[in-house]
Design a protein around this ligand. Structure first.
Ligand SMILES: NC(=O)c1ccc[n+]([C@@H]2O[C@H](COP(=O)([O-])OP(=O)(O)OC[C@H]3O[C@@H](n4cnc5c(N)ncnc54)[C@H](OP(=O)(O)O)[C@@H]3O)[C@@H](O)[C@H]2O)c1
Length: 338
């Protein structure tokens, strides 16, 4: 795989960190390691029971790491990990999460958008949106906008990382078809719509950075590699994807959740990446996302479309902390309009 599957053991004492979907898979390993480095970690999950079990398991694994003398981890009785409820398929739940967070916390240094579903069947949320669009992108965009003011006031080097996917390369951007209403349940293109949701995250990265330039908050995105997690629960419902998944697994190409977490943790804490913006990381290295992702028109079309979807939730006041016009200065100097 050629990846440097480790990360610098940066001390995170005093840092407040949110990991969405931190109860399992890549999010679980990320939350656990950031807590073992001293972070005050909040896992934002939809099931309290799963979150509580995950926190118990993190603490058991932490005790084992301490016994083994793992270097650079903090010495505490228990990890500083807690749970706040967040169901990304609901804007109401997302708003409740935001309110709970802001009532409890006064700082936020790392905001890691990891929760996601893949290759889901055609389904619409109670808010009326295609489910992968809302879970993987829209609700987390709302959380992002609402938590920005506290991040902007939390001191230097605050980072937002969006867990995207290589699958964004399979996307097909058309602002008029974002909800997939042209399909029936039978012919809905679930991999394309998964890819679309992952493309939206990278488009969001560019449009947010354009409005956050010269602030303490940076936005980057990652592909974690092909990782053996519960994400495949939806893949397995389609025989072709199931076949591909089993083939990749059979060849031993799937990463462990820990290995999958390393790119995310690097993007979140590696001092070498301080002040970097608009980077799409793969194997812990900057990589070019697709041309569609770098398309300035798409970035702005999606931005407007997203704010229209969230018009009952996002106020002009919320947008004040963002610059009014996006900067054209992407890190790679490129911004492709197809
Ligand atoms: N695994 C891979 O090969 C791979 C490759 C590329 C990108 N990714 C991305 O990596 C991220 C993490 O995936 P993973 O592989 O670790 O999968 P996972 O084990 O299935 O974890 C996904 C997490 O998202 C949470 N989630 C799902 N729906 C949610 C909702 N409505 N509200 C709140 N949380 C919700 C899950 O919670 P529950 O436990 O309650 O379901 C779980 O905590 C995803 O964004 C995925 O797209 C994964």
């Amino acid at each position: 795989m050629g990846a440097r599957l480790s990360f610098p053991k940066v001390q995170l004492t005093g840092k407040t960190i949110v990991v969405t979907g931190g109860n399992t898979g890549i999010g679980y390993e990320t939350a656990k390691w950031l807590a073992m480095l001293g972070g005050h970690v909040i896992i934002a999950c939809r099931s309290e029971e799963r979150a509580t079990k995950a926190i118990e398991r993190m603490n058991e694994e932490y005790q084992t790491e301490k016994k083994h003398g793992t270097p650079d981890i903090v010495t505490l009785d228990q990890l500083d990990v807690s749970f706040l409820p967040l169901d990304c398929s609901s804007l109401k739940s997302s708003k409740e999460f935001i309110d709970l967070f802001l009532a409890k916390e006064s700082q936020l240094h790392l905001l890691l958008f990891n929760a996601g579903i893949a290759a889901h069947e055609q389904e619409y949320t109670d808010d009326g949106y295609e489910k992968m669009f809302q879970v993987n992108y829209l609700s987390q965009f709302l959380v992002c906008i609402k938590l920005l003011p506290v991040m902007l006031a939390s001191g230097p080097d605050c980072r937002i990382v969006l867990v995207s996917s290589y699958a964004h390369n399979f996307a097909s951007f058309d602002v008029d078809k974002i909800q997939g209403k042209q399909y029936t349940k039978e012919n809905f293109k679930r991999m394309v719509y998964y890819g679309n949701s992952k493309l939206y995250q990278i488009l969001q990265m560019y449009s947010m950075n354009g409005r956050l330039s010269a602030t303490n908050v940076t936005v980057n995105s990652i592909h974690p590699g092909a990782v053996m997690t519960e994400l495949a629960r939806d893949y397995r419902q389609t025989s072709m994807i199931n076949f591909m998944y089993r083939t990749v697994a059979g060849l031993g190409w799937l990463r462990t959740p820990y290995q999958g977490a390393t790119t995310l943790i690097n993007a979140a804490v590696n001092p070498e990446f301080k002040d970097l913006r608009n980077v799409y990381f793969q194997d812990c290295k900057a990589t070019n996302p697709s041309r569609q992702a770098r398309n300035k028109q798409y970035q702005e079309q999606l931005w407007k479309y997203t704010l229209e979807c969230l018009k009952d939730y996002v106020t002009d006041e919320d947008l004040k902390c963002l610059g009014s016009s996006p900067s054209n200065s992407n890190n790679d100097g490129k911004n492709d309009n197809e």
